[in-house]
Ligand binder design. Structure first.
Ligand code: 3PG
Length: 214
């Protein structure tokens, strides 16, 4: 056990697109579309067979984009995403084995939590930024407000149920560092290559985040 803060990813965007890519050829145009909308981070989830090739393509061709891997649930995932060039990883949960693997790999990691006990245990492991997942089912805004009382030193990235309608409310909470979701990269926009729509969604989210911090 350590009390040292474990390396956490740093990116300027407070909005994290949670992406399921079925075609790795979409990865680079998608990265440019998000950057055009002010978002410099991508969480490409390991939920499709194209994910690793997509991470690799962005890492190689779009250096201004920070590309990370999502849905890391097994130790074996860690080496695969590091080899692909992921600069960080997120998980819906947290296990001792995963934490050991990301530490050995030196991979910045955002573990998932859903209860106060999980937050405390994960903080004991040295993490200060955690993914609250699934955020809506965990209690959403009310849960984050409740956690800030006894656990004020933990920052969260809520995902699961975040939308343009509630994004600003989440980002306005002092213990929310960033929020993630799939609404920025709808499946139909990806399959149609509608990059303009994705840039528009990204710009709207970026504007919401800016309005909150003004
Ligand atoms: C995640 O993996 O972070 C969530 O499944 C994203 O949830 P959403 O589709 O409700 O944004």
């Amino acid at each position: 056990m350590t009390t040292t803060c474990f390396t956490r990813p740093t990116f300027t965007s407070r909005v994290v697109p949670v992406i399921v890519l079925n075609d790795a050829a979409h990865a680079v145009p998608l990265a440019h579309a998000l950057l055009a909308g002010g978002i410099d981070v991508m969480e490409i989830t390991l939920r499709s067979s194209a994910a690793l090739a997509a991470i690799e393509a962005v890492a190689r061709a779009v250096p201004e984009m920070q590309v990370g891997a999502g849905t890391i649930t097994r130790v074996a995932d860690v080496a695969r995403v590091v080899d692909a060039g992921a600069s960080f990883a997120l998980s819906p949960g947290c296990t001792d084995a995963l934490v050991h693997a990301v530490r050995v790999a030196g991979l910045p990691f955002v573990p998932g939590v859903m209860t106060p006990g999980e937050v405390m245990r994960t903080r004991d492991m040295g993490f200060e930024l955690m993914k609250l997942f699934p955020a809506a089912q965990a209690g959403g805004l009310a849960m984050l407000k409740a956690l800030s009382g006894p656990l004020p030193d933990v920052a969260f990235c809520p995902t699961g149920g975040i939308s343009p309608d509630n994004l600003a409310d989440f980002l306005a909470l002092p213990n929310v560092a960033m929020a993630g979701g799939s609404w920025l990269t709808p499946a139909d926009a990806l399959s149609q290559g509608d990059w303009a729509r994705i840039t528009r969604l990204a710009s709207e989210a970026t504007q919401s985040a800016k309005n909150v911090s003004i």
